[in-house]
Design a protein around this ligand. Sequence first.
Ligand code: 5AD
Ligand code: SF4
Length: 439
Amino acid sequence: MAYVHTYGCQGNTADSEKLKGFLHQMGYGFAHSKEEADLVLYNTCAVRENAELKLFGKIGELKSLKEKDPDMLIVLCGCMMQQKRITDKIRKSYRHVDLMFGTYAAHQFPELLLHVLQSKKPLIENQERDNFIMENLPVERESDFMASVQIMYGCNNFCSYCIVPYVRGREVSREAGHIIDEVRQLVSNGYKEILLVGQNVNSYGRGLEEPLSFSELLRRLNKIEGDFRIRFMTSHPKDCSRELIDTISECGKVCPQLHLPVQCGNNRILKEMNRNYTREQYLDLIRYAKEKVPGIGLTSDIIVGFPGETYDEFLDTVSLAKEVRYLGLYTFIYSKRDGTKAALMDDPIKDSEKAKWLNELIDLQHQISEEINRSYEGKLLRVLGENPDSSEEGFLMGHSDEGLLVKFAAPIERIGTFCTVQITQGRRAVLLGNLCDKS
Ligand code: 5AD
Ligand code: SF4
């Protein structure tokens, strides 16, 4: 039995589904905990330091399990393993790990595992090379109604704080035909939500034999027959065109939703971050999106306390969040990543001070989220039933097309179906409602 745990972004989740596909082909079943497993695999994330610290704790915990069962295999892969500093540390201080491989070697997983089993020696595979695309890898999907489909790999943007371009390599896009075939197959197998995944989906299609824009890809996917919806992430504002917003508005299957990370609202810091847009350009885009797609669900990522950021500059982020009125925000305190440009910059503000700024932003966002959620009271929303509510029997949780989290009373059979829900109460983090269809 294998236990697979994934840290980080949608890209890692999609990779893990392929690694599980390999494991399934090799004859492994899947365990719900590491204690029941004879192979433990952690797919790691390097974006922020706390993800790293967490992983070291987890690897430490595995030592006693391995002492009890020396045949147990411990495998680490993903972004952290692409960094030599990390694999060196693990080799030195965590000698119970059997196999480490980086993001470029994921497709070699079965060979690497076989090598470890035959040689009975630990193995590290983390060479750098160009990204390339392998089609038709086996995949073991977590859900039978929501699927992530990777449309591109890597990132070319080199935002100055970010490690991703170093551990995931340069951008490459999958051929549109392969993506369309995969989505068509998923829809014919009953999938209701397709999440298109890439670090910067707006630059999809560059370098393909038949170059095509992300908007065109969406239009082609929108033509696939069937009752399903399409989401995508992540969009980079510098490449997010008005054409993309027109496409969202014109394609019925594309959700009226946009995750458009701004990172901060101050032009000097945006420049230092190497984001390649200004606050004004970003806000223009948001205005256009609100006008073209009324009710569009907007979300964003924000980094607080970039090196050299002052409190006054941070207040520009607060005022931007007030102006945009996001449904929700993913907020992070800046985390220094060795090897990035920002890691060399002076960073005089203490994390404890940055945490205060962060809380100020979170408090504001809570207030905005609650106001937005209240404005839905009495309205009907289309919600995909996703899972039972863990705290109250008879209730399901799901997301509306615009990305709102909804809790509603419905039978378990409605999981994996679209439900029409009338909202009765908007709370800060969730909308409550009643099912009002009978299908
Ligand atoms: N520190 C803090 N947050 C970061 N992110 C990326 N790199 C860092 C970093 N060094 C955040 C960005 C990105 C999200 C996935 O993670 O907001 O959009
Ligand atoms: Fe990192 Fe910027 Fe690329 Fe996103 S666009 S993965 S933040 S470098």
